[in-house]
Design a binder for this molecule. Structure first.
Ligand SMILES: Cc1ncc(COP(=O)(O)O)c(C=O)c1O
Length: 385
């Protein structure tokens, strides 16, 4: 086996395998029910697969335009306008990406320089900080305080310096399931007003919001819209996380910078899937019904755990449920997540994995994007703890 002659000077020395891969692998090894990684264990409606197949067989298998097919960009523009009242020009302001992860990485890379600061909210989704650090910038962490995980806007204001280049937000929020209000967006807008700070808004769970709440997109807010790159993902909306197709909305000047980098990262995203998604998007009920679909699953899961010793935290959106295990154990969350996978047969994600510095609130994250039977079996096992 050949090996590299000499030390490898890592650009990301503190990064190992992500916790999602680690827990999914352990779940597979132990034959445990996998409520760790965030993906559904059920299929999308067959029509979506048929559409992809139809476009492949019709010969649409070569490079799509760099920014995405016209059909998909127009369909996205129509959806965003009907939901948020904001018109994005498909020609200049919408770019189709290889999932949200690529969109987030490209958005950071196109704007952030060495020495810049980027404010993120902790617990923070795992791909933000590495993207910032690869640019030679510093991630500055604002707190979403357990157990409510609400932003503290006074703290955010204090964290802004003349080096702040970007603020990265995520609503509905992974892992907490918290959903920002209109007031939150107003507070954010007030902080960035009069500065050249841009906003990257990760809104991949935009269609999964519960109890009559509304997803407050940065696209709805005129002051934020003009400085935001808004990221979404069809993987979350249509139960096809493995397809890795998403998009970015941004004003023309920011989109132009985004595309300069995008074209050298992926150049373009797979054609038949884009064409299929464009047709599938034409029926709004397919995304409008998603909140009710997942709210039922959330309620099923919560009811199933009501008699357990896990204490369930509020869940306003996403398909993640946080649970405090203070009444069960004082183990660190990683140790408990591993032990539960091996002995109780249910895999989860330790929430400390979403923090830079080790922190123990004794909370686990469970993904309820699973079949009803799977959720029922998992609840049965967790209720025995
Ligand atoms: C908050 C958040 N952002 C981004 C992503 C990545 O989305 P994609 O699979 O489209 O890259 C995820 C996936 O779990 C997520 O939870």
């Amino acid at each position: 086996m050949p090996s590299f002659p000499g030390p490898v000077d890592s650009r990301l020395p503190r990064v190992g395998t992500t916790i999602f891969t680690v827990m999914s692998r352990l779940a597979a090894e132990c034959g445990a029910i996998n409520l760790s990684q965030g993906f559904p264990d059920f299929s999308a409606p067959p029509l979506l697969y048929e559409l992809v197949s139809r476009h492949m067989h019709a010969g649409h298998n070569q490079y799509a335009p760099m920014a995405g097919t016209v059909q998909l960009r127009e369909a996205i523009a129509g959806k965003v306008e009907s939901l948020c009242g904001a018109r994005y020009d498909p020609e200049h302001e919408i770019t189709v990406t290889a999932g949200a992860t690529q969109a987030l990485f490209t958005a950071v890379t196109c704007l952030v320089r060495p020495g810049d600061e980027v404010i993120v909210f902790e617990p923070v989704y795992d791909c933000y900080v590495p993207a910032i650090e690869l640019c030679g910038a510093t991630a500055v962490r604002a707190t979403l305080r357990h157990p409510g995980y609400r932003p503290d806007w006074a703290e955010v204001r204090r964290l802004v310096t003349r080096r702040t280049r970007l603020i990265m937000v995520n609503t509905p929020h992974n892992p907490s399931g918290a959903v920002w209000s209109e007031e939150d967006l107003r507070a954010l807008a007030a902080i960035v007003r009069g500065t050249s700070i841009a906003v990257v808004a990760d809104e991949v769970y935009e269609h999964i919001v519960f109890d009559g709440l509304r997803h407050e997109s940065c696209a709805r807010h005129p002051d934020l819209r003009e400085r935001s790159l808004i990221v979404s993902s069809f993987g979350k909306t249509y139960h096809v996380t493995g397809w890795k197709v998403g998009y970015v909305l941004a004003p023309r000047e920011l989109s132009a910078e985004f595309r300069k980098v995008h074209q050298f990262v992926v150049f373009t995203v797979n054609t038949p899937v884009q064409l299929a998604l464009a047709e599938y998007l034409a029926e709004p009920s397919r995304y409008l019904e998603l909140s009710a679909f997942y709210q039922r699953k959330r309620d099923l899961f919560r009811q199933g755990l009501a008699a357990s010793r896990l204490q369930l935290l509020p869940c306003q959106g996403t398909y993640f449920q946080l649970a405090s295990y203070q009444a069960i154990s004082d183990e660190p969350d990683l140790a408990l997540a591993e032990r539960l996978t091996r002995t109780a047969g249910v895999a989860s994600i330790p929430v400390s994995a979403f923090y830079g510095e080790p922190r123990q609130d004794r909370v686990l994250r469970f993904c309820f994007a699973k079949g009803d039977d799977t959720l029922a079996r998992a609840c049965e096992r967790l209720a025995r703890l």
